[in-house]
Design a protein around this ligand. Structure first.
Ligand code: HEC
Ligand code: HEC
Length: 323
């Protein structure tokens, strides 16, 4: 078995302890994680109070039962309005350096302001958020416990970020295999793992312990797409169609796939990769015909299923808790 060291060095994780015992991630110096912030962030994440007509919460598009995604290509916000992109998984999101498909936000605190204000998501204003939370006695008390002051938008995004940093998922069959349990993967999955880290070339971009390099690539899935991806920010022709490599953790639960949710199944996507993608001028040279047989595609798909952490859907810490 070939294990490219660059890819593998980062993959080694301790055998995942039970979720209940996982210590809180420290968070950045500007927003250290505390149990009070996490509890408040959890309540807010599941509460439609954060949307203009009180109909939509963060969890409406980020459902823990599906590793914090939803099965729609594009999920409706307030008034049934549709955005243009597929909701990202939030699992291990505290470790991402560039958030959103185009890498538009540097951290979770900044990121939260996007759905809060987006017309097609929660459609709020900072003033309305502050007024509403200050008028709610339970939240007013909980903000005081977490931050020592009345609800503010700055503390709202800090609490949401603190909660999201706890959404840690590293207890898949793959993790157990890496930790030394040879029986955690079946034979097809082990063959798929070998393909992933070798002939199928997936590891170049889907690397590190969460299977992402955090960089934007054009993986040759589409040619002319109204969503130009990274070029939206850089205005460079060569960045058209480049998107941040998504994590593959829990990928069997997070379909449909790609930034626009245009691929319904993993198999469809794997077949496109095997064909060398749909050529376009910005396609990454790493994407080329792979020459894998149907049986090898079965193995690769079986390996992707071994990245599912069944405990995410069950974890009581990832469920709503009203103050
Ligand atoms: C209407 C659906 C919807 C709602 C409501 C929603 N999101 Fe999202 N979320 C999305 C979509 C779509 C994306 C991808 C956006 C993009 O790439 O431009 C996303 C991306 C994210 C990301 C980036 C993840 C990554 O790895 O890049 C974070 C973090 C996030 N949402 C958190 C939240 C929080 C917190 C809330 C509540 C305040 C929320 N979302 C509400 C649909 C939604
Ligand atoms: C050149 C870098 C690169 C290589 C090589 C690569 N990918 Fe990707 N992959 C990406 C990018 C970028 C996306 C997101 C593209 C988009 O949304 O339009 C993606 C998306 C995916 C998705 C969809 C995930 C989701 O949440 O929507 C899966 C599954 C996937 N890749 C698996 C693989 C497999 C398996 C291989 C090897 C056969 C592979 N990738 C090779 C960069 C790459």
């Amino acid at each position: 078995m070939k294990w490219p060291m660059t890819a593998l060095g980062l993959l080694i994780t301790a055998a995942a302890a039970s979720a209940a015992l996982t210590p809180l991630p420290p968070g950045p110096p500007s927003n250290p994680t505390t149990p009070e912030k996490v509890a408040l962030g959890r309540a807010l994440f599941f509460d439609p109070i954060l949307s203009r007509d009180r109909s939509v919460s963060c969890a409406s598009c980020h459902d823990p039962a599906r590793a914090f995604t939803v099965p729609q290509a594009v999920s409706p916000g307030v008034g049934g309005r549709l955005g243009r992109r597929n909701a990202s998984t939030l699992v291990n999101v505290g470790d991402r350096q560039a958030l959103t498909w185009a890498g538009a936000s540097p951290n979770l605190e900044v990121q939260a302001m996007i759905p809060l204000q987006d017309h097609a998501e929660l459609d709020m204003t900072p003033e309305l958020l502050r007024e509403r939370l200050q008028a709610d006695p339970a939240y007013a008390a909980q903000f005081r416990a977490a931050f020592g002051e009345a609800p503010s938008v700055q503390n709202l995004v800090r609490a949401l970020a603190a909660f999201q940093r706890t959404l840690i998922s590293r207890d898949s069959p793959f993790d157990r295999y890496r930790a030394g349990d040879a029986s955690a993967l079946n034979e097809a999955q082990v063959r798929g793992l070998d393909l992933f880290f070798d002939r199928a070339e997936c590891f170049h971009c889907h690397t590190g312990r969460d299977f992402t390099d955090g960089l934007a690539h054009n993986n040759a899935m589409r040619v002319f797409n109204p969503d130009i991806g990274l070029a939206e920010r850089t205005e460079q022709e060569g960045d058209v169609g480049r998107f941040i490599t998504p994590t593959l953790r829990n990928v069997a639960l997070t379909g449909p796939y790609l930034h626009d949710g245009s691929r319904a199944t993993l198999r469809d996507l794997l077949e496109t990769y095997n064909d060398g993608g749909e050529p376009n001028p910005n396609a990454d040279p790493l994407i080329h015909p792979l020459g894998l047989t149907d049986a090898e595609l079965d193995d690769l798909e079986a390996f992707l299923h071994a990245l599912t952490d069944e405990s995410v859907a069950r974890n009581p810490a990832f469920r709503p808790e009203r103050p």
